[in-house]
Structures are given as structure tokens and as C-alpha cells.
Design a protein around this ligand. Structure first.
Ligand SMILES: Cc1ncc(COP(=O)(O)O)c(C=O)c1O
Length: 415
């Protein structure tokens, strides 16, 4: 190791001793069963794999590394569809006054249902994956969909959304500007907003979305139990507005209370609104401005989701912000595994947590964080590969052409 300043920033939190009521309220144990019962009816549903990387774990002196691989979720290359589809299911239940009655998937997509509901236009802003999930779900229901993206969104991501019949509009500004614009236009046009981020008087749908993500958590726990593991000791989860992180971490706190795994939120350094909020430490979410420039398109959000923040502020153990090359390195590690480890296709937002772990364990000047997290030969570390190569051209530029290289001064020696 050399004497360079660390290139990652972080803040650690002492977990409040009080009971985590909000996590229990939002993610009661039966919630993951309800959402999974819905998702498993969707044709093509199967559990996404929980992959083990034993050789990399050995190299890093970690007990086990586990990757929930959402690159193979339905046909959508990302976990996001779990939230959007569950929210549309809840929306229809509520619209028809059937809140406590199950609607079977085959009834949901029937002509009769279409007649009952009339024509609906579902609308959302997205940085790619959420919009694709909503477009997919709306198409299954035979309904309309309008998706707003910001000006930096790649053509590949836009085309992927359009391929499910949605109308896509490019909005000036960043992701947060796209959210503001869709709210204005939806009011004008009578569209139904299905947003994964929340605001003052808009919390019901984002809560459904987070609850939909718990299908993945129920699968993970089932897969761990098949390995004789009760729970991971550490969870690294990536965040944009924080809805995924709140679902993952809230689920574990609801299930295990004070015995929940150590939970670490990872963000891009140019869009680290949760780290920023944790640093201000007044209990409120705080935004950051700017064009949120990062290769991690799914995490390029400057405003935390307030309902996600409410959960995160009482459960997260550490927030870490990393430069883009950390994500690119994570992608390359997944794509060129050690002999005997599985190959994982992971996009920029998907791979950042693995890249961050390597930085945390190996970078110079990170000792305080390393000591706090105490990741060692006994630890079982969970990552979620939240996306595959959702932007295939950028994926190849990073893996084949070596774009976003690690600056030489930050090269780490794994031994
Ligand atoms: C691939 C990927 N990973 C992680 C996230 C983060 O989710 P959230 O915005 O809920 O924090 C997103 C969000 O779009 C995403 O697309």
C-alpha cells in the first residue's frame, strides 16, 4: 500500500438501539409472501440465482461472497420490474376496491379487466430500468405508458423502453428534473404516476414499489437457508433515490431487529445524496444539485426518496461514495472471474458494490471503515447485481476497451 489519500468517502453510524418500527410496518414478514405470490404467477418467473464466488472470497480473506443475480430477472435485465409490476397490481386492486382480495395474474391481463379499468396511461420518470419495467407491465395489461428520461440517457436505454410500446420523452436537466416534469404533465393529462421515488403527498405507490422488491429478499433468504446460512453478516447495496436500499435493509431489520446484518449503502461520488443527508445529520433528506455525472446511470439521483430515507436513517451502518472507476472495476471482476467462480454479467450500477468492497478491503487510508465493518474470514457478504448489460455498448467499452480504468496510483494488490 502507498500513502495516497483514499479515493472513497464514507460515514459510519451507530445503530440506534430503539426498535425499528417503520421497517416492521413497511415490510412485515407476510409482505414478501404477498409480493412473491403475485410475481410467481407471471409467465417466465423463476428465482434469480444467488451465486457464490468462493475463490474471490478466499483471495480477499472473506468467509463467503454471494451475488443475487438480477441480470436474469424475467426478460428485463434488472430487478426493477419487481417493484413496478407489484405497484400496478396494487393500483388495480385499489381502483377496483379489492384491496384485500387477491387478483390472479391471468385475470389481471384479461380483456374483461381491461374493460373494467378503461383506458389508463401509466407515467413515470426513469433513468432507465424502472421505466422499462413499467412499460413492460403496462403492455401486459394492455394499457398505455409514457416515460420521461433526462438528456444524458443513452439511446440504448430509450430504445429498450420503447420496445414495450411506451412513449418516451427526453427532458432537459437531470433525473430529478424529469420527475418534476412528469408530475406537472401527469396532472394536466390525467396520467397515473407510478414513481419509485416519493414526495410530500405521494407515498403510497413508492411504498408498493419497495414492497415489490421484497420478492427478491424472500428468494435470497430461501437460497441462503439452502446453504445452511441464516443470514448474511454484511450487505452492500447500491442507491439512487434509496428505494432499493430501504427495501433490502428494512426487510432485514424487520426480520432480525438488532441482529440484522451490517448494512452499507454505496453511491456514486457525484450523486451521493444519502451520504450527504447522513453527514448533515438532522434527520431529514437533503438533495444535491448538478448534472450528477456518473457512468452508474441507475444511481444518478440527487434527491433521496423521503419514505426510503425514513427507513435508512434508522438502519444503515455506513454510507460510502465511490468514483466511477470503482464500478468499472467491479464489472471487470465479475466478467473475468477467478477459475472456478461463476461468470456474472453486471452493468455499472450492478457491479459497484463488488468494486466498493475491494476498495474498502484494499485501499490505503480506509482502515477506520474497515475496522468498523470488521469483514473477515467468518463474514458472509451479500451483493445484489441489480442489472446486467442494460447498456450493451458501454458495457463492451468498459470490459473490452478498458474505459474508466483504475488510476495507476489506486491499483490494489489482492495479496
Ligand atoms: C440497476 C439499478 N440498480 C440500483 C438502482 C437504485 O435504486 P434506487 O433508485 O431505488 O436507489 C437502480 C435505480 O434505477 C438501478 O437501475
Amino acid at each position: 500500500m502507498n500513502n495516497l489519500k483514499p479515493d472513497i468517502t464514507w460515514i459510519v453510524k451507530n445503530r440506534p438501539k430503539k426498535d425499528v418500527n417503520l421497517s416492521k410496518k413497511m415490510f412485515p414478514v407476510e409482505m414478501s409472501r404477498i409480493s412473491r405470490r403475485f410475481h410467481r404467477q407471471i409467465p417466465g418467473y423463476s428465482m434469480s440465482p444467488l451465486r457464490s464466488l468462493p475463490h474471490l472470497a478466499q483471495m480477499l480473506d472473506v468467509g463467503g461472497l454471494w451475488v443475487k443475480d438480477e441480470a436474469v430477472r424475467l426478460e428485463l435485465n434488472s430487478f426493477k420490474v419487481l417493484g413496478g409490476s407489484f405497484a400496478l397490481y396494487r393500483f388495480i386492486q385499489e381502483k377496483l376496491g379489492l384491496k384485500d382480495e387477491e387478483i390472479l395474474y391471468e385475470n389481471l391481463i384479461s380483456e374483461e379487466m381491461k374493460r373494467k379499468l378503461g383506458v389508463i396511461t401509466f407515467a413515470s420518470a426513469t433513468d432507465g430500468n424502472h421505466g422499462r419495467g413499467i412499460a413492460w407491465a403496462a403492455q401486459r395489461l394492455g394499457q398505455k405508458c409514457v416515460i420521461y428520461v433526462h438528456k444524458e440517457t443513452s439511446k440504448r436505454r430509450i430504445d429498450a423502453i420503447k420496445s414495450y410500446g411506451a412513449i418516451v420523452k427526453v427532458v432537459e436537466g437531470n433525473y430529478d428534473d424529469a420527475v418534476r416534469q412528469i408530475v406537472i404533465d401527469s396532472k394536466k393529462n390525467g396520467w397515473e404516476i407510478i414513481s419509485d421515488t416519493s414526495w410530500d403527498d405521494y407515498t403510497t405507490v413508492p411504498a408498493w414499489i419497495m414492497q415489490g422488491y421484497t420478492t427478491m429478499m424472500a428468494e435470497i433468504q430461501e437460497q441462503f437457508s439452502g446453504q445452511g446460512i441464516i443470514k448474511p453478516t454484511h450487505v452492500l447495496v447500491q442507491a439512487g433515490v434509496g428505494a432499493l436500499a430501504a427495501a433490502v435493509i428494512g426487510y432485514y431489520h424487520s426480520l432480525f431487529g438488532e441482529e440484522a446484518p451490517k448494512c452499507i449503502v454505496i453511491e456514486p461520488e457525484n450523486a451521493a445524496c444519502l451520504l450527504h443527508s447522513a453527514k448533515i445529520n438532522d434527520g431529514k433528506p437533503h438533495s444535491i444539485d448538478g448534472d450528477l455525472d456518473t457512468i452508474m446511470a441507475g444511481l444518478a439521483c440527487g434527491e433521496p426518496s423521503p419514505i426510503a430515507w425514513e427507513i435508512l436513517k434508522e438502519t444503515v451502518d455506513a454510507y460510502v461514495a465511490v468514483p466511477d472507476y470503482v464500478a468499472a472495476k467491479g464489472m471487470r471482476i465479475y466478467a473475468t472471474p477467478l477459475a472456478g467462480d461463476p461468470f456474472v454479467i453486471s452493468g455499472e450500477s450492478g457491479a459497484v458494490t463488488l468494486g466498493a468492497l475491494v476498495a474498502i478491503l484494499k485501499e490505503n487510508g480506509v482502515d477506520a471503515l474497515r475496522d468498523f465493518l470488521a469483514i473477515n474470514e467468518e463474514s458472509q457478504v451479500l451483493f445484489i447485481n441489480t442489472e446486467g448489460n442494460t447498456d450493451p455498448i458501454q458495457f463492451r467499452q468498459i470490459i473490452w476497451e478498458g474505459s474508466n480504468p483504475v488510476p495507476k496510483e489506486y491499483w490494489t494488490d489482492p495479496d
